[in-house]
Design a protein around this ligand. Structure first.
Ligand code: SF4
Length: 293
């Protein structure tokens, strides 16, 4: 075993959710206790940047205090807990959370989630009115990958600050609900990446910052700055304190390490980051990462 020497650690706080989206990639179970986080976070913080993540931590108010402790100012959520809940918005702001990353799946939202597009639009206006920055989190599948321009227009109308596109990954609930037949193939992924590039060329970053997740892999049509952080510069830790290479790969059996008694993150020998391709894209979606030809 060897100690993890990268920069980032994603703590997957819990597996609880108030939505159970059909395309969710989460497949671990359990919750970190408050007591354990009070011990563990200060140890991890000495060596790493700790990012608080999964699944829907906003429904556990006891986790809020760890956001300022980790200097995390962004909360990811499906938005349900924030509906008609100004008190919770105030509590987030009091704990230094001034940006909401909210699931907003153009074209498929009303099919896969309990909170509708119309309700999200209202909530986003409310959040902006309270002074939050808003980041839209949009998963793309065969059902909506051609609607990138549409969602970007919507983001501009809603005065969102950022938008992040993520590939639909055939993992967790997605494997048995939403279905394999909606996975993007390499040609469609190339179209997505080209469209994102085009949109970036049209819209200044300070108007709308357009991000894309590494889960699309490398753009096969041209040189990009793709780097996979998995295992080399990022690991994910689930509530049972097992260590995984990537947040999309946290199924039992995929562990690459554990936390030892002294709070050190220990990785198995031979675990190396891949850096130049997205391992989960090949593993779960069967898509080979493209390279410039
Ligand atoms: S395997 Fe790497 S590129 Fe793919 S989603 Fe995980 S961190 Fe990103």
């Amino acid at each position: 075993m060897k100690e993890y020497k990268g920069r980032y650690v994603s703590l997957m706080l819990c597996s609880d959710c108030n939505n159970h989206c059909e395309h969710c990639y989460i497949s671990y179970t359990g919750s970190f206790t408050e007591e354990r986080l009070k011990e563990l976070i200060p140890i991890l913080k000495k060596k790493y940047k700790v990012l608080l993540n999964g699944t829907e931590p906003i429904i556990h108010k006891e986790y809020l205090k760890f956001y300022p402790m980790c200097e995390n100012h962004i909360m990811m959520t499906n938005g349900i807990a924030l509906q008609n809940n100004e008190l919770l918005m105030d509590e987030l702001l009091e704990n230094g959370v001034d940006e909401i990353a909210i699931s907003y799946h153009i074209g498929i939202q009303d099919k896969i989630s309990r909170i509708t597009t119309k309700e999200l639009d209202e909530l986003i206006q409310e959040l902006k009115g309270k002074g939050f920055k808003v980041k839209l989190m949009c998963s793309l599948s065969q059902d909506n990958y051609q609607q990138i321009g549409e969602v970007i227009q919507k983001a501009l109308e809603l005065k969102a600050d950022r938008i992040r596109f993520t590939n639909f990954i055939n993992q967790g609930s997605a494997t048995h609900q939403y279905g394999k037949d909606v996975l993007l193939d390499s040609k469609q992924i190339a179209e997505v990446l080209q469209e994102i590039k085009h949109q970036r060329s049209q819209i200044p970053k300070d108007t709308l910052y357009i991000e894309r997740c590494g889960s699309f892999g490398r753009n096969p049509l041209e040189e990009d700055h793709f780097t996979c952080l998995a295992a080399s510069n990022m690991v994910a830790i689930t509530p049972d304190e097992k260590v995984y290479a990537c947040i999309f790969d946290t199924s039992p059996g995929n562990e690459i390490g554990y936390i030892d008694n002294e709070g050190r993150i220990m990785l198995e020998d031979g675990v190396e980051g891949t850096k130049d391709f997205c391992k989960i894209l090949t593993k779960y979606n069967g898509v080979q990462n493209g390279k410039k030809t």
